[in-house]
Design a protein. Structure first.
Length: 119
């Protein structure tokens, strides 16, 4: 059974940093694309960053240069380093994975972790 558990969310001031973690079990991370999504209050869920099986990465335009997605293959984890945070980054952040790649709908989802950026 695939399980994704996020951690690392919290309250931070504008300009601050947070590092989100996602611990995966039931899959081998090197065979799956791993992604971070977010959903702000009253808005649709959006893709934030994705790390493909061939180790390529892509980001939504609004976080380029501020967020970095990475993996720890030995510990089956994926991370999202978030720097220069803005109030508009406030959202519930979800870890997700898909066996086909970054361009597809995700097979499995975590329950999310809340990030709040105060102005």
């Amino acid at each position: 059974q695939v399980q994704l558990v996020e951690s690392g969310g919290g309250l931070v001031q504008t300009g601050g940093s947070l590092r989100l973690s996602c611990a995966a079990s039931g899959i081998r991370l090197d065979l799956w694309a791993m992604a971070w999504f977010r959903q702000a209050p009253g808005k649709e869920r959006e893709g934030v960053a994705c790390h493909s099986m061939n180790r390529g990465t892509n980001y939504t335009e609004s976080v380029k240069g501020r967020f970095t997605i990475s993996r720890d293959y030995a510990n089956n984890a994926v991370f999202l380093q978030m720097d220069s945070l803005k109030p508009e980054d406030t959202a519930v952040y979800y870890c997700a994975t898909d066996h086909r790649g970054c361009a597809y709908g995700m097979d499995h989802w975590g329950k999310g972790t809340l990030v709040t950026v105060s102005s």
